[in-house]
Design a protein around this ligand. Sequence first.
Ligand SMILES: Cc1cc2ncn([C@H]3O[C@H](COP(=O)(O)O)[C@@H](O)[C@H]3O)c2cc1C
Ligand SMILES: O=C(O)c1cccnc1
Length: 608
Amino acid sequence: MVNRGTRTLVLGGVRSGKSAYGESLLAPHRRVRYIATGPTTSTDAEWVARVAEHRRRRDARYTTIETIEVAEALRAEADEASLVDDLGNWLAATLDAHGAWDDPGVDLADARSALAAAVGDHRGDLVLISPEVGLAPVAPTPAGRRFQDDLGALNTAIAAVCDRVVLVVAGRVLELPGVASGVGLPAAVAPAPVASTTVASAPTTPDTIPADEGSASGPTASAVTDTAAGDLSDRPGVAGTPAAGLAPRPIDPTDAEVFATPTPPDPSVARAARERHADLTKPPGSLGRLEELGIWISACQGVCPPQQIENPAVVVFAGDHGVAAGGVSAYPPEVTGQMVATIASGTAAVNILARRSGATVRVVDMSVDAETAPEISGYKVRRSSGDLRVTDALTLAEARSALAAGRAIADDLVDSGADLLIAGEMGIGNTTPATVLIGALTRREPVEVIGRGTGIDDAGWIRKTAAIRDGMHRVRPILHDPLALLAAVAGADLTAMAGFLAQAAIRRTPVILDGVVVTAAAMVANELAPGATTWWVAGHRSTEPAHQIALDHLDLEPILDLSLRLGEGSGALLALPAVGAAVDILSSMSTFAEAGVTDSGSQPVPAT
Ligand SMILES: Cc1cc2ncn([C@H]3O[C@H](COP(=O)(O)O)[C@@H](O)[C@H]3O)c2cc1C
Ligand SMILES: O=C(O)c1cccnc1
C-alpha cells in the first residue's frame, strides 16, 4: 500500500494566522514546495511587504514556485510536501484569465474540478491556505459577489478532497468536523486464514518461541477464545460459539474523535463504600490498596457493596508498524501475524492468563501486514502503518476509522454484558510509537523514555533512539491535536485502543490498563475524553521506563510490579484477581457489629 500524506485545507480570515499555522503543519519536512499564487512583484508597497514577511517566516527548506497553474504544479511532483498559498489569489487570477469578473456567463467549474482532482491525487503532505470570506456581508459590487460565490464553491470542492479542514480565527485553530474523503466502512479483507502459528524467533536472540504444534489455527481460527472455565455459551457476543458477536458493527467514522465528557464514577457511592470499609472486621486501611480498589469498583458500578466482576473481556489490538523496518525491535515484523494466529488459537500468554482470571479474549487485526482470518480482520484499516520516522502512520480518515472501530468494539462488549474491559496489544515495533507518544506528551528527551522492548541490543538501541527522536520531532507542532497525533505516529492498533479506552469511560465501564503500549494509547484517550482516567486502574508497572512516566502523567499507581515486559494484556490480567479480591472483601466480610468483634471505637482512652 502506498502511504498517503495528509491533505489539509486551512481556512481563515485576513491576518488570522492561517499561513503560519499551515507552515507549521509542514515543519517536520526537510523539503517543502511553496506554490505561491499571488503576484510577487507589484507597485503596491504594502503588498510587497506582505510577501516579504511570508518569505521571512519560511526557511531554506522551501522551494518557491510562483504560478497560478496550481493543478499542474501539484501533479508535477505529487509525492512532495507542498504548501499552496493561497486559493483566494488563485481564484482572482483565474477570474482575470477568464475575463470572468463581470461576465456571469463564464463558468469556472472546469478549472475548479481540475484543481480539486489534482489535490485529491496528491500523495505527499499538502496544505492549502484559503480565505474564508463567507462570513463577511454580501459584497456590494457584482465583481465582489462573483468572487465570494466562486470562493465558497472552491473551498467546498477542495474541502471534499481533503483529509482535514481547519478554520483559523484570531490565531486559534478550529477543527471542522465532517465527512473526509475516503471514509467508509473498514476495508473488507479477503477471507484467507493465517497460514501457520509458527512464530519466527528473534534474529538477535537464540530463544525460539515454540509454536504449539497441536494448535495450528487453520481456516477455522477463532477470534474469540472462550477462556473461562465452564460453559459460557450464554454470554452473548463474548464467548460460546466463536461466531457469536463477531460481526463488526457498521461504523461511522465521522466525528469519531469527538467524545462527550465522561461522568466520573459515583462519588456518593464511593463515600458509602469507604464508610463500609471502616466497619469491616479489620484495622482501618489494613488491606491497603485493596480497599481503594473495592471503593473504586463500587463507585464504577454505582452500588455498594459492589458485585463481583463476572464478564471481564480482553481485546488484543494487533497491528504492524512501518518503523519496524528500521530495526527497532529484536524480532522481525512477520511475528505479528504469527502471534495473532497463536492468540486466536488460544495458546499465547494472554490466553493462558485470561483463562486463570476467567476473562474472554478477542483479537482484532487493525493493521497487521498479513492477511488474517475474516472474523479477526473485519475492522482492518490497512496493512501496516506508515513509518513514523518519515511519514504519517495513518491518514486522518484512517485514524478516524480506527478510533471508530475501537469505540464500536467497546460498545459491542458492554452491550453484551462485559463488566470490565482490558486492552492488550500485539505488534512488532509498537513500543516505538508508544514511546514517541509518551515522550512527546510529557516533553521528555528520547533517551529518558526509550526502553529495550522485546530486548534490543545496543545497536538497536541507537536506531530506536533515533526513530523516537524523529517521531517526536514530527509531532511537535500537533501535540494539542489528539487525532492528528494518533495519525502521525500511533498506527491503527494504538488508535483503535485509544478509542476503546475512551469509549469504556463513556460507557461507565471500568478498565485495567496494561503496559507501556496500552498506557500510551490511554494518554491520548484521556486527551480525547478528559477525565476518562477515572474509569481506569493501572494493572502493573512494566520495566519500560516510559511506562512509569506515563503512569505519573495520568496519576495512576500500578497494582503490581512483576518486572513484566510482554504486553498482550498480561499485566492487566494478572491484576484482575486483585480487583476481584477487593470486591469480595467489600461485599462479603462481616462488619464489627455482625461478628460481635470489638471495634477500636470501644477502646478506653488511656489515662494520662
Ligand atoms: C513472540 C512475541 C510475543 C509477544 N507478545 C507481546 N509482545 C510485545 O512485544 C512487541 C513490542 O516490542 P518491540 O517494540 O520491541 O517490538 C509487541 O508485539 C508487544 O505486544 C511480543 C513480542 C514477541 C516477539
Ligand atoms: O510494557 C509493555 O507492555 C511492553 C514491553 C515490552 C514489549 N511489549 C510490551
